[in-house]
Structure formats: C-alpha cells, structure tokens
Design a protein. Sequence first.
Length: 506
Amino acid sequence: MVKVSKTIGPLHFEDLDPHRFEDLVRQLVYDFRDWQSIEATGRAGSDEGFDIRAWEKVQEITNKDEEEDSEGSHPMEGNLWKVQCKREKIISPSKVKKIIVDGIDKNNPPYGYILVASANFSKKSYDIFRSELRKIGIMEFYLWGRSELEDMLYMPKNDHVLFAFFGVSLVTRKRSRVSEIKFTINNKNKLLKILSEGAKRNEFFKSILIRDFKDTHYPWKKDYKDFNEKPKWKEYIVTAYHPLGLIILIKTHYAFADLKKKEWDFTKAVDLVNRQSDKQSLFDEKRKIEYFWKHFPRKNQAKLIVRGLVNFNDILIIDREGDVLYDFPHIFIDFRPQRGPFDWIWNTLEVNGQEIELTEDFKKIATFPAEFPEIKRGKIYKNKSIEWNSRTAELFRYERVHALFDVEGKYNYLNPRDIIKVSVTDGESKEEIYAEVTHKYSTSVKEYLKDKNYRDDYLNKEYIETQVGRKVKDKEKIIVFELDKLWGWEIKELLDSDKRETEKEN
C-alpha cells in the first residue's frame, strides 16, 4: 500500500502584499553580506526603482607612505548595492531586460545588484540578466526566483523568518518529529516486553483488548445500538509484530478455493479465532460447518484469514494489567470511521498450509449454503478395513498423508461419508484409528502427481506403489479416496448414539 508522504507545500509568496514581500527580502538580505547599513527605500515610495539600498563594508587599506595630513576615505563609505523586488508570478526574459534597462543608471551604476521575484526564471532569463548587467559594468549581480527564495527560507538560520512570514517552523516540526519517534519506540518496547513473555521474539499468540479512545460507556455494550457491527472494544489476537506495529488476527473462516479457476467463497457463520472472552458456544454449529467443509476436495479446502495492522504510533495508552472482565492487556486507539483501530486490513487464503494473497482477480462464487445440513455419516464398516503397513498408518495417524489409492478395485465399495477401520499389516496398532471418506475420484498416476495445488508431505510415486503393493505406470488409472482421521473412541460414541436413536424409534 502506497502511503502519502508528509511534505511542505509551495510557499505562497503571492499572499504577501508588495511591502511585506520587500520586508521578507530585506530579512534575507541582512545575512547576505557584512553591511554598513541597509535602507528600506521602497517603503518610502521614493525608491527610484529600487526597494532596498545597502552599503557593504570594505576593508580599508592604509598606505604608510601617505602624508599624515591626507584626508583618506570616510568610514561609512562602502560598496553600494541595490535590490529590486517584484512580487509577480511570471516574468518573461524580455521583461527581465526591461527591468534592468529602466531601473539602472548606466552612467552611475551600483557596485552590486539583486533582482528578486516570486516567479521561476527560465535559462534564457538568467542569460539575459547576466549579459545586460555585464554591459553596464555591475561587479556583482544575483537573480533570486521562487526556488532560490524557498531554498534560503528552509535553511535553519532563516527558520525564524519562515515562521514570521508563513507560520511554518521546520525546527518546531523537527522537535515534534523527535517526540513522535520517541513515543512510537516507547510503545513498541513496552508492548514487546508484555507480549514476548514466554514467546519467541516475533511469534506471539496473545490476547489484547483494543478499545476506542473516544468511548465513555465501557463495559456496557447495550449503550451502542451498532456495537456488533462497529464494536468500541474487542478482544483480538496478536500473532506477530511488524516494523510499524502489531499484526492482529481479526477473523478466520472456512473457505473454498479453486486456484486454477481463481474462484473462491467463504462462510462467516462461525469465526475460528479462539478468544478468551468468547462465552457463547457454537460447538454444534461449528461441527456441522467443519463437516460440510471437510467434504470438499482437499485441493479446494481453504480458510479465509483476515489480518490487520495496528500502528505503534496510533496507540495512545497501554494498560498492562487489564481488568476482571478482560484479564489481559488493554490498548487505547482513536478509532477510524471505517477500519476502526487498524491502519490497514488484508485478506489471504490458506490452502494446504500455504497462504495465497486474495487479489482482485479472484471471483467469488456461491459454494456454502445459507443453512448447513445436519451431520449425516455413511456406513460404518465393522468387518472390513484398510490394510496399511505400520509406516503408512503412522503417517496417517499424524496427518501427514490423507489419501488411499486403489488400482484393483479392492476398495471400490467405499463412498464419501463411509467410515472404515485402519489395520496394520506388519504389526499391531497403538490405538484404534478409523478413516472417513471425504472425497472419491478417478484419475491417472501422472495427473495426480503433477497437481501442484495440494500435496501430502510424503507423497510420491513410490509411496503410491507402497499402498498399492506393486509398480504402477504413469498412465495407469487409480481411484483416490481422500480421508479424514477418526479415533476409535469417536466411532464408539457414534455407534452408541445410533443405538440410542434406534431404541427410541422402537
């Protein structure tokens, strides 16, 4: 996200009246030379074309051979400079020439000459200015335009002039910036100390309560009719820190993603972020949504993750201890109308452990229902089982692999939602494990292995051959059963539940 830089806009010389413009130039001229005296002739209205007249001090050289009674030069004499001020937006090269010709007496030229204007001069103007003054015999001459004036005003020594005429002080801004940096660093160090207790430096998973600085009704939510849509305080999870602030996990939802077609959808029926302050149980609803989601093809199972950044310099107050309702740190921020406490918010899709930026070229489609159906299991096979060696069964136990492969039609009787036990062919299983079929489809070995959208950690051709029990060809058709792990105690609960339902019906 590109952020607008904080810069100083152009100085408005045109807002000064002509005499104030002369005053500004005179202030800048004071430090230009070592002067005997400076006269604001333009103020008197009898400037003969000049606004400022000044005499520069000249070092007096005394000849020892001079006669003692010689008169010598007067101490107030010096090099005469004349300054003309033109508060005009545009001055053409021809007008520059006219100003010089009309304003300078060729028979009695000053030593030095400065033409000052609020306009920007072209190269041609500078060339004409230099050429005309050399003809007259001026020893030193300068042309100051808008750019030169701004450069002089932005010098630290002229900061008082900049403030007097334009109300801007770079010194004050610098001091303010120093205070802002100190404030930000103090916030960062304090929060990192609080959040890093028992965690790695850049990996937190800590709760904080973010509160609106303007709120005066905490903890009474009922005082706000739109509290659910625009909460004035809410528990969030800090997951990491950014150089600019804290990265906050705002929401996580079950989602669908087709990375090839760039299509996606999500359901906001349940937020998967586990907060300490959540009191309402959505356990049954969450189970239904999760069950529905798990029966998408694995390559389409995704989660929408919404994150936000809280700037360190936006945090006004840090309450380390919290209170009896929210027993963790509270931070106070002046909420924005649209994004609340967040400087910016971004969305990503997590697909098979990898996060993908949710860009504008993704098309949202309708995949999730408005109301989720009840969980409906398929057949539970008690006398049949998936036959795996201990290595494959162990990988499935720890959710490193999620698929059963069949080339002979050995498991063709299995359908989505069916549940079957996992048997170990070269030993005994530590615990009873079952597998529920979540998705079933037919493909070739080659097509399956080249799909880059999702992969199990240990998946390769040799692994497929281990399951099948023989060598397989790239073009050979296989049936893929995607599986979800269930423990033996879960199956016992399901069977007991079915038994109770049957007894009720009888």
